[in-house]
Design a protein around this ligand. Sequence first.
Ligand SMILES: Nc1ncnc2c1ncn2[C@@H]1O[C@H](COP(=O)(O)OP(=O)(O)OP(=O)(O)O)[C@@H](O)[C@H]1O
Ligand SMILES: [Mg+2]
Length: 397
Amino acid sequence: MPDRKPRATARAGEEPAPDSFFRDLVWSLRNGVLAVERDGTVAVMNRVAYQILGLQPRPSDIGRPFTEVLKEQQEVCRIVSAGFELSHLPNRAELRLKSTGKVIGYTLSQVRDRRGQVTGATLFFKDLTRVEQLEERERLRDRLAALGEMAAAIAHEVKNPLAGIEVMAGLLKRQLADSADAQSILGDIIKEAKMANAIVVEVLDFVRPIRLQVERVSVADAIRDALSLSEAHVTRGDVRVDVDCPDHLPLIQGDTHQLRQIFTNLLTNAYEALGAQGQVRIHASAINEEGPAGGEPQGPMVQVDVSDNGPGIPLEVVDRIFSPFFTTKPQGSGLGLAIVRKIVDAHDGRIDVGLADGGGTRFRVTLPVTGNHLLFGLDPAAAVPDRARTAKRASRR
Ligand SMILES: Nc1ncnc2c1ncn2[C@@H]1O[C@H](COP(=O)(O)OP(=O)(O)OP(=O)(O)O)[C@@H](O)[C@H]1O
Ligand SMILES: [Mg+2]
């Protein structure tokens, strides 16, 4: 900020305090601030503004035309220019920045001198990306809760007739022991009924509220267990698995059993995508998330990437892979990733999917060392199955 008048609070005889207090104040604000003078030069741009706009702070930016400083942020330039033209200025408006993908909430104001002449424009803004993600998560939870109730009701109704079919087919099988044809058909009926029943059990488990048994757990141990568990679900074949887990990884407050389930499901999917040929890489690291610009720090986290060099996930389906029952596999129930997401949510963590280096899929699970699930109790909408998956897979083989 350019130096202006000395601070009015300086006492007589004292060295007048420089303008540094106001400079520090603006620089330290937790909102982004960008002020532009009438001639189009940048008058003020604070730390959070640089952070949100994805720019490196440079003192030389002050005094330069804002269109040059913000040449990658054309949409911000347009808004600031409007500050000199519009009579109704946007208040609490939102915008997605193309350059960083961040969503910002902003208010545009004019700076007027004592005669009422417009001498500048100011943009106050905040990073709303995390708020957006939380809202999306809320919406998803609501959807899942409604879907879960319906699925539970249907599953409950279907369970008994299915058990009846299985028992009666078994009886018939014994009575028609001499007919090879009947044996084969009844064998198929029993197999199908068992599979349908396993899916029903899985659905019921899925909608059951989660009960986390929280303790201090090692994510590295959960990964190790998941490696052997996933091999019991699907043939790993010639898939090479590289695990890179540093020794100093902090323990996290979590449920070992559920954490194991996260990595088992991710590994199972990776093996299935690879079809017994390829490579899986698990990379765990401790990170300290700063949080969104201007927001609260997120604190220490453990981040685990599970990447494969398989075919990847087509763009047109990537938005749906976490939805329950979405599957592209003939034998899939589509609950694997929905369960993973529920467990991650219950731990107050995050899961993202992206491209792995060199192609394939990368799932990134980020878990807080101490999550809000401990501070605010459990999410009643979250549910977690486990046993059923093993049962279903066993029955498929
Ligand atoms: N590593 C991966 N590579 C490519 N596609 C994947 C990968 N992981 C998941 N997918 C896609 O996401 C879909 C949903 O996965 P999810 O685990 O929820 O269900 P599923 O594996 O199909 O069935 P289930 O896990 O219930 O047996 C999969 O059908 C697949 O299309
Ligand atoms: Mg799966």
